[in-house]
Design a protein around this ligand. Structure first.
Ligand code: MN
Length: 265
């Protein structure tokens, strides 16, 4: 039995599937995914369907892209109610009309939020996969059940899996980042600067390791940093698989906790 961690699949369902085959993932293993299943890539629909029916030995954590997706669905429901649009939840045409209404209000700057469906994922789901508001609500509900992080002990070692950053020092984070939830989802170099645990390992994604000059740049390989003061190891396993077209080094990574071996697709 092994424990595997992946992150930032971003609609690259084929890579994800190849990885499951490569590691020989079975019912006896555990898989924890650190968020960002959707957006940017072309197979967000396949990822959402997979998430919906994922096996019980898979733990899905929340990424900022899921959080934003759920916020967009909330916004659609809010517009439907406040403008009395009476959208049929089971109609693709009605849902598309509601989507266009939200876009219209955003363009007119009639709402307090300034962006909606930033990556065009909902638009593509509506146009190509003929989804409905009912589907969106179901996925949004699933997202709301996703925890921000997961702690586990393995061979007397403490591991924390999170999308972007984790910290035990709530006060410090509130000052620098607004809220702990934002830190879990959006931290970048702050993850190493202000985050971490004493005598443990943090495994996160969020910042692709393919961008030169960025703190986590490592030619599309997993980035590893050891903080001697905290005795904390940081892993960034987002190797930017969705940017493969622009960055030949980009990959999907998976780490096996038992021996910290890393697999790539
Ligand atoms: Mn992210």
């Amino acid at each position: 039995m092994s424990t595997y961690i992946m992150s930032d699949i971003h609609g690259c369902y084929n890579d994800f599937h190849s990885m499951l085959e490569k590691i020989g993932f079975s019912d006896l293993d555990q898989l924890i995914i650190a968020g960002d299943y959707i957006d940017r890539g072309k197979q967000s629909f396949k990822m959402l369907k997979w998430i919906e029916h994922c096996p019980p030995n898979v733990l899905l954590l929340r990424g900022n892209h899921e959080q934003e997706f759920a916020t967009y669905v909330d916004l659609m429901l809010l517009i439907d109610r406040s403008k009395e649009l009476k959208t049929d939840f089971d109609s693709n045409i009605d849902t598309f009309a509601l989507y266009e209404s939200v876009k219209y209000f955003i363009q007119r700057k009639a709402l307090t939020v300034s962006y909606f469906d930033l990556y065009g994922t909902i638009n593509a789901l509506l146009a190509q996969n003929h989804i409905t508001l009912r589907d969106l609500c179901r996925w949004s509900e699933k997202i709301r059940q996703m925890p921000y992080y997961h702690k586990l002990m393995l061979k007397n070692k403490k591991y924390i899996i999170v999308h972007a950053g984790y910290s035990e020092n709530v006060k410090n984070i509130d000052t620098h980042f607004g809220s702990l939830e934002r830190f879990y989802l959006y931290a970048r170099e702050e993850s190493c600067q202000f985050g971490g645990v004493h005598h443990g390992t943090i495994i996160a994604g969020h910042t692709p390791t393919i961008i030169k000059g960025h703190f986590a740049y490592n030619k599309g390989n997993v980035f590893r940093y050891y903080d001697i003061a905290k005795d904390c190891t940081f892993y960034d396993i987002d190797c930017g698989c969705v940017f493969r077209n622009k960055h030949p080094d980009a990959k999907l990574a998976c780490i096996r906790l038992e021996d910290e071996e890393i697999f790539y697709i």
